[in-house]
Design a binder for this molecule. Sequence first.
Ligand code: PLP
Length: 424
Amino acid sequence: MTNDTPYLFYQSRNPRPFLDHGEGIYLFDESGKRYIDGSSGAMVSNIGHSNPRVLAKMKAQMDKATFGYRLHFRTHPSEDLAAKTVAMCPKGLDRVFFVSGGSEAVESAVKLARQYALATGQGGRYKVISRFPSYHGCTFGALDLTGYEPLRAPFAPMMEGMPKITAPTTYLDRDNLTEDERGIRYAELLRERIEEAGPDTVLAFLMEPVGGASTGALVAPDSYYQRTREICDEYGVLLIYDEVMTGAGRTGTFLAAEHWGITPDIVALSKGFGAGYAPLGAIVASSRLVEPVLDAGGFQHGFTYAGNPLACAAGLAVLEELEDQNIIENAALMGALLKRRLEDLMAHFPFIGDVRGKGLLLAFELVADRGTMRPLAKELNAYTRLVEIAYDLGLIIYSRRTRGGLEGDHFLICPPLIITEPQI
Ligand code: PLP
């Protein structure tokens, strides 16, 4: 183990070993120890490490040009990646704008929504409703939309405080409703919040279709997805899906939205989209939104590195691999298997309170009492201790302590989508 360098600092003191190399679902440190990358880093390495096709395509692009500013040149990698992204997204999502990460994608989605409103005579709309808990990024705009108190607290006085509704944490509910009825009940919170905020001031509703780091792979009842879409349509509120974690095949379809046949107005992508080969993200939207903005003078927004040819060459090769190697189908199959195996563990370990997720975005939650879902005492630090035990054994998992209004320890199990049955 190495300690901090005197120069570089991380979020906290970092006693981790130096990484040497990656191969498929594995990472190796400098001592030669092998780790199963059971969380794909931070749910990033969807096609695994050191994919030869992606590396070859990146090297070929490096030999030509690694950077060309997008306002000076068009590039084939960026235009080809945009075309491929549109081809893999549901119909109606037909325009792409590149960024370099998830927070940038979320902020770009919100800014496109706002400029669409301005361009179409709806300048009074500016509020973006999001959920608690949720995670949408750490830059100020994205953080204001994030429902995760430990990250928000230091900056609370510096943010607007956009409206939130409770995320559908139905696994904690002990009522007599059916799942469908619960889904509707949580979705109707959106209507209430729109009415309260003033319908003419509400620009968009932002949600992770399957919750990520903040909720531990929270999946809503089917009715929730349909009803929230209907409510947005009814009030002229744009529906933004943050698919930064769920996109690029993670849940067993290219976008998680496909599971429910929903077409959001704007989708944010990153993480698995560049799959760890390059910092890359995108928003995908309908021409219906983009054209009025371009007609009104253009999208007043953009990041220097966005759409650079090297990152786009990597992203294009990632999408080609997803398709040619049937990796998304594998995520669905292996996800179902892994979920069953985790559910089997519940029979042996009464302190596993819940197993949830979709595809290979899976999680389990530890509780003191499964009947009441009472969480473990905070002082136990279960969420860090279990991660450390697994790490020592050569398995990387990802944890957080939080859930809707209560405290809970959940663990994300999200290996690369290329994982095989014996590896599971
Ligand atoms: N949105 C979601 C759903 C995420 O999970 C994350 C990162 O974890 C982000 C946005 C922010 O992405 P980034 O860390 O690349 O800025």
